[in-house]
Design a protein around this ligand. Structure first.
Ligand SMILES: Cc1cc2nc3c(=O)[nH]c(=O)nc-3n(C[C@H](O)[C@H](O)[C@H](O)COP(=O)(O)O)c2cc1C
Length: 186
């Protein structure tokens, strides 16, 4: 059975990022995976402190709500990242979380994560232009491959502002479900 960890970078429970993750999670569960969803805004953690403790030792030395998450990521087969676009980037919650992935490199910048893990990035936003954040998506796909995920995909969804706007975009919900299903496949 494949295990999937999902991180929601929006502070809005029931918002567009959350709904997309729920669709991906439900489809993955139907395909036999286990899914745990983590709401970053409800967790107590700081961004990377740049102390390089993870280079002197073998793990991040900060002790906070991300401490148990490192082991969960080591144990997961796939990781989902969903974040609204805030000021042309991922949310601050997601950015601080991703900076903490620095601990997945050792002192020689070798990857600490076992190869073979999948990743899925989902980025909803308000602006209407469909390709507007393709570059941002590609940058994060590259970043996560560099951090040690092997097979990373993702998609953006334009034109969603209010909580639940995504429900009027069945093609985006279907894409989330299909992506979730793929994470659960052998
Ligand atoms: C602080 C803030 C900054 C935002 N910046 C952008 C932006 O740069 N581009 C954009 O298209 N939408 C922007 N938005 C709109 C959100 O991306 C949009 O409402 C999204 O659907 C929210 O997702 P959620 O429901 O998961 O919270 C911003 C919203 C907020 C609150």
């Amino acid at each position: 059975m494949r295990s999937i960890l999902a991180f929601v970078g929006s502070p809005r429970r029931g918002g567009n990022s959350d709904i997309l993750v729920q669709h991906a999670a439900e489809a993955a569960k139907e395909a036999g995976a286990t899914v745990e969803v983590c709401y970053l805004n409800e967790m107590d953690y700081r961004g990377c402190q740049g102390c390089l403790g993870c280079k002197r030792g073998d793990a991040c030395v900060l002790e906070d709500d991300l401490t148990p998450i490192y082991d969960k990521i080591h144990g997961a087969d796939a990781v989902i990242f969903a974040s609204p676009i805030y000021f042309n980037d991922v949310s601050g919650q997601m950015k601080c979380f991703l900076d903490r992935w620095y601990a997945f490199w050792d002192a020689e910048y070798q990857k600490r994560l076992e190869p073979g893990k999948r990743g899925l990035i989902i980025l909803p936003y308000e602006a209407g232009r469909e390709t507007m954040y393709d570059g941002l998506l590609e940058r994060h796909i590259g970043l996560l491959r560099g951090m040690g995920l092997t097979d990373v995909t993702g998609f953006t969804v334009a034109g969603v502002r209010h909580k639940g706007d995504i429900l009027s975009k069945p093609e985006a919900l279907a894409k989330a479900a299909e992506s979730g299903r793929k994470l659960a496949e052998d």
